[in-house]
Design a protein around this ligand. Structure first.
Ligand code: ADP
Ligand code: ZN
Length: 595
């Protein structure tokens, strides 16, 4: 770990998992993106006798990993539809000249590969079989790939060889399926914590989204970031808006040709800086550790999706921002999209419920991390101190009275209607359904004219977020939840974010929120840091690899701060192992000495 990867210590469950695999035990590992899954198979593959076989579906990612490993002095190669030199790779594998062999799933499932592995196992040994993105084996996962179903047969050829399944996203059902489909004892499941403490969550109410986005991007300075948009046109518009504001960006969505998509993805992956405006089609395969922000323009479709998408920020562990610009109209749009789709009703209700959940999260007044981690099953989470609400408590408006009216209306109408209907009753709307159900005769009819219909809908979502209202998963109707009673009895207050409730026209000077950016370097080091970046750019170009493959920002920062004067001092910088010291040491010391 130290001499090759230059790391100071293991993170989270790495040490335990590596020890298990070293001892020949299988592991199914669920660990968030950026937490460091690769090390869990790379180190045992290097240390155990024989070559490790790593199945990975992402060809670009494979190529970068092989380059990074080679630079670190590890013998690694890849076999996939785009790899040159397949014959040489096969020879090296057969002759025991490799520590890691990456292979695409379609290749790994072929009989020719199986016989190659059978032979290699007899001759030089196979150290382990690692299956990356293991959720692809399950129909319950979000990216089922039939090729994955043939991987168990491959692993079964190698009795006694540890198998390691790795994924960042798997709910309980998918996890069980991964174990079953890959022949791993469910008792060997390791689920690491979901928290990404270096990511700062912040949300703002949508007013003038193009301007808000441009201001946010500008405040981040020259860094790499992703802007997720809801539609292809939205991604194009966002890019145009940013360009007009002086921040050019790349675009990625399914409407572009495969060629353009690939070019843009590669350009983003390789450059140090730059913004990608994309739909969620820009997803798997982003392996850039130094993405400093992920901004969502509009509400994501669920908390899972949001967590996965924002999880692409800050994989290197340095400060990063998850930023959301949203408004209640996003919920209406999502509702229309879902209702016009051709899914079954139960599915539609489920999807709508997920949108309501993320909307309730966006409205949260408390810590944003607590409900996220709670959603993923973590208990006793403390406020994080690293989200907008923790850093500066939002201004609030008391809505207790309105909340009591809404809860009463839900109760009086029989706890079976959706929010839209209840809002109409409260507003005293002249509506055919309201009249037909006799709700215009109720005492609650017309008692809520002070709020617009859309505001009643929002308040309903806030109450859902508090568990005062509970949505029926089958038909989407609402009933009172456990938190309703104290509110109705006047024992518990209900507050909402003030800024989002006032009509735009009444907004005066808004309090300026400190734009959160990554920790700046002191001026003295900044010059050296820039010099090191310039050196890295040249080196990356010369080696034809992404900049982060040469050295991470965190290593450059550490050099800029420590100003090492000798190889020995340089070797103590995290991320600089023996091979990199060998190759880059002299050049780095020169940059330090001359700036
Ligand atoms: P994952 O596959 O889980 O998304 P990676 O294996 O790509 O994550 O690791 C994410 C980043 O963290 C990489 O840049 C990697 O070099 C770094 N990393 C992994 N383990 C450690 C560690 N123990 N110490 C420092 N950095 C680490
Ligand atoms: Zn917080």
């Amino acid at each position: 770990m130290h001499s090759i990867f230059g790391f100071e210590g293991f993170r989270g469950p790495q040490a335990g998992v590596i020890a298990d695999v070293m001892a020949g035990r299988d592991v199914a590992l669920v660990m968030p993106t950026g937490a460091g899954k690769s090390l869990c198979y790379q180190i045992p593959a290097i240390c155990r006798p024989g070559c490790g076989v790593i199945v990975s579906p992402l060809i670009a990612l494979m190529a970068d990993q092989v380059r990074a490993l080679t630079l670190a002095g590890v013998r690694a190669a890849a076999l996939n539809s785009q790899s040159a030199d397949s014959a040489e790779t096969i020879r090296a594998f057969r002759d025991g000249d490799l520590d890691l062999l990456y292979v695409a799933p379609e290749r790994a499932g072929q009989e020719s590969f199986r016989s190659l592995v059978r032979q290699a196992a007899l001759d030089k040994g196979v150290s382990l079989v690692a299956i990356d993105e293991a959720h692809c084996v399950s129909q319950w996962g979000h990216d089922f790939r039939p090729d994955y179903r043939r991987l168990k047969a491959l692993a079964d050829l190698l009795p006694g060889v540890p198998r390691l399944a790795l994924t960042a996203t798997a709910d309980a059902m998918t996890r069980a399926d991964i174990c079953e489909q890959l022949g791993i004892d469910p008792g060997r499941l390791v689920v690491a914590g979901f928290d990404r403490p270096n990511i700062r969550y912040q949300a703002e109410a949508k007013r003038d989204p193009a301007r808000q986005l441009a201001a946010f991007v500008k405040a981040q300075g020259p860094v790499a970031g992703i802007v997720y948009c809801q539609t292809r046109a939205g991604a194009e518009q966002a890019a145009a808006g940013l360009a007009a504001a002086g921040s050019p960006s790349l675009v990625y969505h399914a409407g572009l040709s495969a060629e353009v998509r690939q070019t843009n993805q590669r350009a983003f992956q390789r450059a140090e800086l730059g913004v990608m405006c994309a739909t969620v089609a820009f997803g798997m395969g982003i392996d850039k550790p130094d993405i400093r922000f992920v901004s969502h323009l509009g509400l994501p479709k669920s908390i899972e999706a949001y967590y996965q998408e924002t999880g692409r920020a800050g994989r290197d562990g340095a400060p990063a921002i998850a930023h959301l610009i949203w408004g209640p109209a996003d919920v209406t749009l999502a509702r229309q999209r879902i209702e016009q789709g051709d899914a079954e009703d139960a599915r539609k209700a489920h999807e709508l419920g997920q949108v309501q959940k993320i909307a309730a999260w966006a409205e949260t007044l408390g810590c944003r991390r607590v409900p996220l981690l709670t959603h993923f099953g973590e208990a006793d989470v403390a406020p994080c101190g690293n989200c907008d609400n923790c850093l500066q408590a939002p201004a609030t408006l008391d809505m207790t009275e309105a909340a009591r009216k809404l809860l009463s209306a839900v109760y009086r109408t029989g706890q079976m209607f959706g929010l839209a209907h209840v809002a109409k009753v409260l507003r005293g709307a002249d509506d055919e359904r309201v009249v037909r159900f006799g709700h215009s005769q109720l005492a609650v009819f017309g008692i809520g004219k002070e709020l617009a219909e859309s505001q009643w809908l929002r308040l309903g979502r806030v109450l859902e977020g508090h568990d005062a209202l509970v949505r029926d998963s089958a038909h989407g109707g609402l009933r009172l939840g456990p938190a309703a009673r104290p509110i109705l009895k006047g024992e518990a207050p209900v507050a909402v974010r003030a800024d989002d409730w006032t009509p735009a026209s009444q907004k005066g000077e808004r309090r300026k929120r400190r734009a959160a950016t990554a920790e700046p370097l002191p001026a003295a080091d900044a010059g050296l840091f820039e010099a090191l970046r310039a050196w890295r750019r040249n080196q990356a170009e010369a080696d034809d690899v992404p900049a982060f493959v040469i050295l991470h920002d965190s290593s450059l920062k550490a050099i800029a701060e420590a100003r090492p004067g000798s190889t020995a001092e340089l070797s103590r910088v995290p991320g600089i192992g023996a091979a990199k010291l060998d190759r880059f040491g002299a050049a780095l010391l020169e940059v330090v000495a001359s700036s």
